[in-house]
Design a protein around this ligand. Structure first.
Ligand SMILES: [Zn+2]
Length: 78
């Protein structure tokens, strides 16, 4: 039985805008494909929102060393 998507999967962790806004980028432009940008901390709406925390974490040295899990594809086991 499929699990519900994370309730915050359509909200940008950087600017807090919600999916559906014009700025929100979806993979290949389709909502059903999920967000085009995300990190291990959550969904990101656009390239600027993706780069800002990346640079901040690069400076802090807290960048994740492994690829982030797509919040739109929840694994069946955790
Ligand atoms: Zn954003």
């Amino acid at each position: 039985m499929p699990r519900a998507r994370r309730p915050d999967a359509h909200r940008c962790i950087e600017c807090a805008c919600f999916g559906g806004r014009p700025v929100f980028c979806y993979h290949e432009g389709k909502v059903e494909n999920g967000a085009a940008y995300w990190s291990d901390r959550g969904t990101l709406c656009s390239p600027p929102c993706s780069l800002t925390p990346h640079r901040k974490r690069e400076a802090e040295g807290t960048l994740s060393q492994v690829p982030a899990l797509n919040p739109f594809h929840i694994p069946s086991r955790q």
